[in-house]
Design a protein around this ligand. Structure first.
Ligand code: FAD
Length: 456
C-alpha cells in the first residue's frame, strides 16, 4: 500500500503509538487508530485470509464489521502457503498498538532464501539453475510459511488487537438480501442482518450459489497435489538429506513431464515441506485434508532422482489434494448489490500461481475502500465498483497458474540447456508491484460514477 496517506481519515503509516484516536475511533478495546465511523454494518462470512483481510480493512476504514466462521476453534491447519510482495504491502500496513506490525510477526515463521535461492533440477537429478532470491523490499515483504501458523497471527490480530467479533462455530446455511439490507441465516436458524455481506467462504462457497443463482460445479483440473509438512528429525539423521536442514532454509525443485516436486526447509531448517503435483483424473472431492497413500507417491516419483525418494521416506503422512478448476464466474455481486463474493469463493487459484491468498487479500482492501468512499447510501455501487476494479486483474493472475505449470511440465530440456533461465519461477512486476489501495484510489472515482449513473 501507499506510504502516502490516501485518505485524510486514515494515517496510512500511523504506528499506532497513540493511546487516543485523534483521527479515528476505537472498537471495543482496540487502541489502533482507524478512520471515523462510516455507519456501514458489514457481515463477513469466513475467517480465512480473505475474510480476515476484508474484516481488518473494513475496520481500518471505519466500518462496523463482524465475522461468522464455521470452524469451532482456531487450529493451525494446512501446510505451505505463499504471499507475494503485493500481500506484504497489505500486512505491513497493519500495526499493533505496541508499535510493531503484523509483518514483523510473520517474518520469523517464513522461509528465508537469501542464501540458498531456488535450486531447480531436472527430474533425473541433473542440476539446472539456481534462481537467486531478490533482496526483500522492506515496504513489500514476501512470506512463505505454514498456513496455520501465519493464519494464527492474522486471526489473533483481528480478534485480539482490533477487537473484531469473530463468531466461531457459526455455519451459514442461507444468504438473503433486499434492496435495503442483506444478511445470513445460521444452522440454528438465527438471522443476522447488515448493510451488506462479504461471502469469503472459500472454494465450496454457499454465497456463490446466491450470487449466481445456480450451483457452480467444479471441474477436474486433471491434476492433484500430494502435500506434506513434518519436523526435520529423521532428515538430519540421514547423511543424504541432512544438508537440507543444517545451514538455514532451502528450496529445491525437480521438474518432470507432467509432474513437479518442490521441497523446502523452513524456520532455520527445522521444518520440512514438500508438494508433488501430478496427473490425476480420478473423481474429485474438494478438500484440504484428504489423506493420501505413500505407495501412490512412490509410484509418481519412480525412476526419479533418488534424493526425492530419500526425502519422501522421512515423511510421516501425506495429504492428497485434488486440484479442481472453475471457469471465471460471470459476476461476484448479487442482483441487489448487497452480497459480494471475495477470495476463493469468487476466484479459486491453482497453486502454481502462488497468488490465491494474496488475491483474496487484495479483494478485502478494495471492498473496504470502495465502501468508505461510496458511503452507506451507495452500497450496491460500491460493491459493483469493487468487482469492476478487480475482475480483469484477478483473471489475468489466475491464468499464470496454468502458464507456470505448463512451462514446467512441458519443458523442452534441450532448449532449457541452452537457456536455463527459461525454467525459472516467473516473478512479474505487474503482479508483485501492485498496490491494491493505490490502484483502487486511482480507479474508484470513474468506476463509481459509472454505477451511480446506471442506478439513477
Ligand atoms: C483448512 C484449510 C487449509 C488450507 N491449507 C492450505 C495450504 O496448506 N496451502 C495453501 O496454499 N492454501 C491452503 N488453504 C487455502 C488458502 O488458505 C486459500 O486458498 C486462500 O488463502 C484464500 O482464502 P479464502 O479466505 O478465500 O478461503 P479459505 O481459506 O478457504 O477460507 C474460507 C473460510 O470460510 C469458512 N466457511 C466455509 N463455508 C462456511 C459456511 N457455510 N459458514 C461459515 N464459514 C464457512 C471456512 O471454514 C474457511 O475458514 C487452506 C484452506 C483451508 C480452509
Amino acid at each position: 500500500m501507499s506510504e502516502v496517506p490516501l485518505e485524510a481519515s486514515i494515517p496510512a503509516e500511523s504506528n499506532g503509538h497513540t493511546n487516543g484516536h485523534a483521527n479515528g475511533h476505537s472498537n471495543g478495546t482496540s487502541k489502533v487508530p482507524r478512520a471515523p465511523p462510516s455507519g456501514i454494518k458489514v457481515i463477513v462470512v469466513g475467517a480465512g485470509f480473505g475474510g480476515l483481510t476484508a474484516a481488518i480493512e473494513c475496520h481500518r476504514q471505519g466500518h462496523d464489521v463482524e465475522i461468522y466462521e464455521s470452524f469451532k476453534e482456531l487450529k493451525a491447519l494446512g501446510d505451505i502457503i505463499s504471499f507475494g510482495a503485493n500481500a506484504g504491502r497489505i500486512f505491513r500496513q497493519w500495526h499493533y498498538a505496541a508499535g510493531d506490525r503484523v509483518s514483523d510477526r510473520l517474518r520469523p515463521l517464513s522461509i528465508d532464501l537469501r542464501k540458498h535461492g531456488f535450486r531447480i533440477h531436472k527430474w533425473t537429478g541433473e542440476f539446472i539453475i539456481k534462481q537467486e532470491t531478490p533482496e526483500q523490499d522492506p515496504t513489500a515483504p514476501v512470506f512463505n510459511g505454514h498456513r496455520g501458523e501465519l493464519h494464527t497471527v492474522v486471526f489473533e490480530y483481528a480478534r485480539d488487537e482490533l477487537g473484531i467479533p469473530i463468531h466461531l462455530g457459526s455455519r451459514i446455511q442461507k444468504y438473503f438480501e433486499t434492496e435495503k439490507d442483506a444478511g445470513i441465516i445460521l444452522e440454528d436458524g438465527e438471522k443476522v442482518t447488515a448493510d451488506l455481506v462479504i461471502g469469503s467462504d472459500g472454494v465450496r462457497s454457499k454465497a456463490r450459489e446466491l450470487v449466481l443463482g445456480y450451483f457452480d460445479k467444479p471441474k477436474p483440473s486433471g491434476y492433484a497435489v500430494f502435500r506434506a509438512w513434518f519436523p526435520n528429525t529423521d532428515m538430519i539423521k540421514d547423511p543424504r538429506t541432512k544438508h537440507f536442514c543444517e545451514n538455514g532454509d532451502t528450496f529445491n525443485g525437480w521438474i518432470g513431464p507432467d509432474v513437479h516436486f518442490l521441497f523446502s526447509t523452513i524456520k532455520n531448517g527445522s521444518d520440512c515441506c514438500w508438494v508433488l503435483t501430478h496427473r490425476d483424473d480420478n473423481d474429485i472431492e474438494e478438500s484440504w485434508s484428504l489423506p493420501g497413500k505413500m505407495e501412490d507417491v512412490y509410484k509418481v516419483i519412480e525412476g526419479w532422482d533418488p534424493l526425492c525418494k530419500a526425502i519422501v521416506e522421512k515423511t510421516p503422512s501425506v495429504v492428497d489434494w485434488k486440484l479442481v478448476y472453475r471457469d471465471p464466474l460471470p459476476r461476484w455481486i448479487s442482483d441487489n448489490g448487497r452480497i459480494a463474493l471475495a477470495g476463493d469463493s469468487a476466484h479459486p487459484f491453482l497453486p502454481t500461481s502462488a497468488q490465491g491468498a494474496t488475491q483474496a487479500m487484495e479483494d478485502g482492501v478494495t471492498i473496504a475502500y470502495c465502501l468508505r468512499k461510496a458511503g452507506k447510501d451507495n452500497i450496491p455501487a460500491a460493491l459493483r465498483s469493487f468487482q469492476d476494479i478487480r475482475y480483469d486483474r484477478v483473471k489475468a493472475v489466475q491464468k499464470t497458474g496454468e502458464t507456470t505449470r505448463d512451462m514446467w511440465h512441458k519443458a523442452d530440456w534441450d532448449k532449457v540447456k541452452t537457456n536455463p533461465e527459461a525454467i525459472q519461477m516467473p516473478r512479474e512486476d505487474w503482479i508483485h508491484g501492485y498496490d491494491a489501495e493505490k490502484d483502487t484510489a486511482e480507479k474508484f472515482p470513474e468506476t463509481f460514477q459509472k454505477f451511480i449513473v446506471a442506478a439513477a
